[in-house]
Design a protein around this ligand. Structure first.
Ligand SMILES: Nc1ncnc2c1ncn2[C@@H]1O[C@H](COP(=O)(O)OP(=O)(O)OP(=O)(O)O)[C@@H](O)[C@H]1O
Ligand SMILES: [Mg+2]
Length: 223
């Protein structure tokens, strides 16, 4: 994020279920608790679930700004946590790719960037939804989430390639659900981690391999 061309952080993965929404929510909470004014946006307009993480209604969100001219202020849930606001996906669409290349989407991003210290975008999986590549070039930072027992390195590399094709700079991988008690995690994670992690059994799932403080329970949120 430091040195990035703008304050927007896109969080995607190669395929579904890697933990994008989990990581985005925790990352946003962490940044807000450290004093940043943060907006968390659900840009998965096919099946966004960010609203559920915070006990919010999905309706009146990003897609409604783009397709129905909903004012930005009405699409934001303010003070979901101290310094953390949330924009849900809004009305779901089967093929929202074109929406992410629209002028109104670009203008919305620009407005949000001015209002917040950091805008975190929970995006759909790169290999399953073309809109992730469509919006990637307008993001200052791109992160891919890889899940310990599930993500394949080939899929991850293909995702990086697709993002590169559209001119988006890729910045890093967040390893999620890594069992930090495993010996090889400590010894080899720096250089070889990805291939090794994915062979861990399902019961090895632990906390995200990030500085995530805790899960966000709905009772901590306001609607
Ligand atoms: N580190 C973790 N520890 C425990 N549970 C986790 C962890 N990461 C994710 N989960 C759980 O795994 C499930 C899938 O995670 P999540 O919804 O964040 O994935 P996603 O990548 O956003 O999925 P989708 O592609 O469907 O949007 C959720 O129930 C989530 O709570
Ligand atoms: Mg998700």
């Amino acid at each position: 994020m430091m040195g990035a061309p703008n304050n927007r952080v896109l969080i995607s993965s190669a395929t579904a279920g890697a933990g994008k929404t989990f990581v985005s929510s925790n990352f946003a909470t962490l940044l807000a608790s450290s004093g940043k004014h943060v907006l968390l946006v659900d840009a998965d307009l096919r099946r966004g679930t960010l609203s559920e993480e915070f006990g919010l209604q999905r309706k009146d969100g990003l897609s409604d700004i783009i397709t129905a001219g909903l004012p930005i202020d009405r699409a934001i849930h303010y003070h979901v946590l101290p310094r953390l606001d949330v924009m849900t996906s809004g009305t779901l669409h089967p093929d929202p790719a074109g929406m992410m290349t629209s002028d109104v989407f670009a203008q919305t991003l620009a407005t949000l960037s001015e209002r917040y210290d950091v805008v975190i975008v929970d995006a759909p999986p790169t290999l399953l939804a073309s809109e992730t590549a469509a919006m990637a070039p307008s993001m200052g930072t791109l992160l891919l989430v890889a899940r310990a027992d599930q993500s394949e390195s080939g899929e991850l590399l293909e995702s990086v390639k697709r993002l590169g094709h559209v001119g988006a700079a890729f910045h890093g991988v967040v390893f999620n659900a890594v069992d930090t008690t495993q010996r090889h995690y400590r010894g080899y994670s720096y250089g070889y981690g990805y291939e090794m992690y994915r062979r861990e059994p399902a019961h090895a799932l632990g906390e995200a391999d990030t500085v995530m403080p805790r899960r966000i329970e709905p009772e901590h949120a306001t609607s």
